[in-house]
Design a protein around this ligand. Structure first.
Ligand SMILES: NC(=O)c1ccc[n+]([C@@H]2O[C@H](COP(=O)([O-])OP(=O)(O)OC[C@H]3O[C@@H](n4cnc5c(N)ncnc54)[C@H](OP(=O)(O)O)[C@@H]3O)[C@@H](O)[C@H]2O)c1
Length: 192
């Protein structure tokens, strides 16, 4: 059975997952009890994590213990980087190959942690099944977008949950029909 790939992410109201320099200070405070409960429920339901090198390096830079214990985490990168824990596997392959390998290993629910570049690649490759956005009531004005690669697609809202902090969690199922896909063309450069 093909595993379910879930892009679970925190975003500003205007669709950014980090400031332009990668900072997360606009939401990076200890979770409120209702948010913590929701996160732990989600975390208990996933089998493995898939992460881009940018996100991994941001976590390494923060220091402290590895924040995702007890679950295998595949980091896609061409670089030789230190492993943050026994759970971490650094590998160079396509997202489809990584998801295929996780399937072979028997994992069923995979958390696509991000960031934007990897999620964009997974999205355009048709690999994302669910999107869970924790929408923070904050407008950043600029930053790293939810998905680096654009493509039009309709989603189905399956659940919504408000939190005491004002954050709202929106849970979407991604429709897979090929007929609904419209590739956004790359802007053409014009001669001066
Ligand atoms: N708000 C949130 O919930 C949230 C969640 C996650 C991340 N973030 C933030 O997002 C930022 C990082 O996002 P990002 O978009 O810059 O980087 P990213 O998506 O985390 O990592 C991109 C890197 O992954 C590697 N990669 C391997 N295969 C890839 C593929 N097929 N497609 C794309 N990348 C591939 C490449 O590294 P190599 O060059 O090494 O191959 C690429 O440069 C950080 O600031 C992080 O804190 C926020």
């Amino acid at each position: 059975m093909t595993p379910t790939l879930i892009y679970h992410v925190t975003a500003s109201l205007d669709g950014y997952i980090a400031r332009p320099d990668g900072r997360l200070d606009w939401f990076d405070t200890p979770r409120q009890p209702d948010e913590e409960y929701s996160f732990q429920y989600f975390y208990a339901g996933i089998d493995a994590l898939l992460m881009g090198r940018g996100t991994y390096e941001a976590l390494l830079k923060r220091g402290g213990p590895w924040p995702y214990p007890g679950k295998p985490c595949v980091v896609l990168t061409r670089l030789e980087l230190p492993r943050a824990g026994d759970e971490v596997q650094l590998t160079h392959c396509t997202p489809a190959q990584a998801v295929g390998a996780l399937r072979e290993a028997g994992f069923q629910r995979i958390w696509l942690v991000g960031g934007s570049l990897l999620a964009g690649s997974c999205y355009t490759a048709g690999l994302i099944d669910e999107v869970v956005i924790n929408l923070v009531p904050h407008l950043l004005g600029a930053g790293i977008p939810l998905l680096a690669t654009g493509m039009e697609r309709s989603l189905t809202l399956s659940e919504q949950r408000p939190f005491t902090s004002g954050m709202v969690q929106l849970h979407y199922q991604v429709k897979k029909q090929a007929s609904q896909l419209t590739q956004i063309p790359t802007p053409r450069s014009t001669a001066a």
